[in-house]
Design a protein around this ligand. Sequence first.
Ligand code: GAL
Length: 413
Amino acid sequence: MKRLSLLCCGLLLASPLMAARVEVMHWWTSGGEASAVEVIKQQWRAQGGQWQDFAVSGGGGKSAMAVLRSRALAATPPAAAQIKGSELLEWARLGLLRDLDELAQNQRWDLRLPGFVRSTLSHQGHYVAVPIGIHRVNWLWFNRDVFTRLGLEPPSTWAQLQALAPRLLAAGITPLAIGNDPWQLAILFESIVLGDAGNEFFRRAFINLEPDQLDSPTMVALLQRFKALRPFVPQHFGGLSWNQATGMVMDGSAAMQLMGDWAKGELTQAGLQPGSNIGCLPAPGNAEIFSYNIDSIAMFSVRDPEQQAAQVQLANLLMTPELQILFNQKKGSIPALAGLPMGQFDSCARQSSQALEQAQQGGHLVPSLAEGMATSSYVLQAVTDVLSNFFNDPQQTAEQASHRLRRAMLAAR
Ligand code: GAL
């Protein structure tokens, strides 16, 4: 039986007759996320493929990565996995990821992907993952009715947010929906850094890891701002997931949430029109800055030729404009493929696409720290530990936290 067709240049393409089977690990388990994965599953099945879902819940993917590590240690990794940013490089360094250069060349990725996407996916000049969407991380989601009812304007600076939050509290509304999860706190802190200190400081501190920036009066002021928001989070914020927090903004029990635009996937899933009742604005002080998070699927090196062919077939599917448009409409992100028409996307996604363009031109595009685009996972772990201890310890001062940040980040480097 002819199961594979061998095309020119050595590229293996799966024949449509073949029932390719792939196991795919991901952490897209919230309502919006699951509806986006469903798009891939459906299109995969429409090609005759079998999909073995390996979903590990937990926003930000920490649990998923732990489970993936144990599968890899047992030498039974899935064919494909949601791995992104610096973690890609960490897995590739271990020699576990499949080199996708041949596929990339055949599909002309160099021409179809923006430069920052290409470099994020490359390890020592070789492609190691397929990009699927670009999330903007530094967004403010707000409940328009709540603001209108109280005669308030959504904030465009952190100082404004801090000033209006007590009025929301007085009206019985939680100002800021967030869970006590180090990863969610890191997203909040990152938006404060970018909004109050700008992207130059962000780069020097969190990308270059310049010691005197990590422990500096600017950092102390940023940490103070972060801690000053503590009274405005939900009373029971331990264990609150990011999507439950989005739910609080949707039902009006909270006024705002600082979160990447995967939050938009929850709105779409609930039948709301993003940008209308629930508004989207750049995080306070972040108007020009675009903090990016690129979602990607990596393929593990496997020996079985059928699995190898299935990986190529999946990669091909993920790179089609049709899939990227439908997937990202549900997911809240924008396509990773450059230049796709945005007409069918909601107004927040169109804003995101324009903001990305402008940030690229103006030098305001930054890799998200909280989303693992800016530093190694070890440094990120150090940052999130320090931030979460500080946020939850009423005794700890911003000066102490700033010393700890410097020590922990430099030790993890
Ligand atoms: C991010 C991931 C997004 C997302 C979010 C919440 O790390 O890149 O796609 O949905 O976690 O689970």
